[in-house]
Design a protein around this ligand. Sequence first.
Ligand SMILES: NC(=O)c1ccc[n+]([C@@H]2O[C@H](COP(=O)([O-])OP(=O)(O)OC[C@H]3O[C@@H](n4cnc5c(N)ncnc54)[C@H](OP(=O)(O)O)[C@@H]3O)[C@@H](O)[C@H]2O)c1
Length: 272
Amino acid sequence: MDLAKYGPWALITGGSEGVGAAFARQLAADGFKLVLVARKPEPLEELAAELRGKGAEVRVLSADLSKPDVLDHVRAVTDDIEIGLLVYNAGANNTRGNFIELPREVPDSVIAINVLGQTEFARHYGAPMIARGRGGIILTGSLGGYLGSATLAAYTAAKAFSRVFTEALWAECQPLGVDVLHLNIGFTATPAMARLGLPIEYAEAPENVAREGLDNIANGPVWIVSTKGNLEQAKRTSIVENRAETVRAFQIGPREDTGKAAIEQEELANGS
Ligand SMILES: NC(=O)c1ccc[n+]([C@@H]2O[C@H](COP(=O)([O-])OP(=O)(O)OC[C@H]3O[C@@H](n4cnc5c(N)ncnc54)[C@H](OP(=O)(O)O)[C@@H]3O)[C@@H](O)[C@H]2O)c1
């Protein structure tokens, strides 16, 4: 990763574990200084100690991205440094259920993190990047954002917002020297997925996902992680005609079917 173009500091939201931690390790190895944000202090401190042990300068902040004043808290640890790379990674959906029946806090939190958070952080950290004429922004998406799925209405819609928002931001920023990428992620073996009881043995490694994001930051506006079947899945679920048929056919299934779905997706990609 080009430190002169995207450094000296990278800010990673959701930077304590999984894909966020993989971003942090790879960027630290490339000489970046890091600001890592997540809620639980212990995993943040543990990762920071590991990276400092290898010579990296690291700041950590325990903050909740779903809170309306979160940017103020993050600014308190970034206002005196030059953030050349923003990786807005956190955003998974923990609680599923029909939208009408879910407590309001569940979709509100998903929208706060994925829609309001991504836009607010992109605006705040993007402005000085534009002024400098260099920098990068990676906003994390999901294959689920190509199609509305029952029990995941706010999540699938928020990731669709993220993709379309990134495309527009990319078109605005790229001529001004700032790379913007929607990193579209399929099933990935993160601690968050393991905690939900998903069969992560069928999932992509977080290290590969982060590596593809960094390697393709200049290949925006959208990069679909190259795990077998991801591209085919995106094509199948994003067709314009027959939305009723498509939405019925390609719903994200219940959690217990996740392993089966991952195998089917890969088999389909292999033509078997
Ligand atoms: N894993 C997959 O299969 C998959 C598939 C498609 C897309 N994605 C996308 O990839 C990204 C990473 O997903 P993930 O599976 O690693 O789970 P995640 O929960 O989105 O990310 C985990 C990281 O974010 C932090 N975090 C979570 N909620 C937070 C909050 N409200 N405020 C601050 N930090 C928060 C976690 O630490 P704390 O818990 O300590 O806060 C941890 O560092 C997400 O945007 C997700 O939508 C993942």
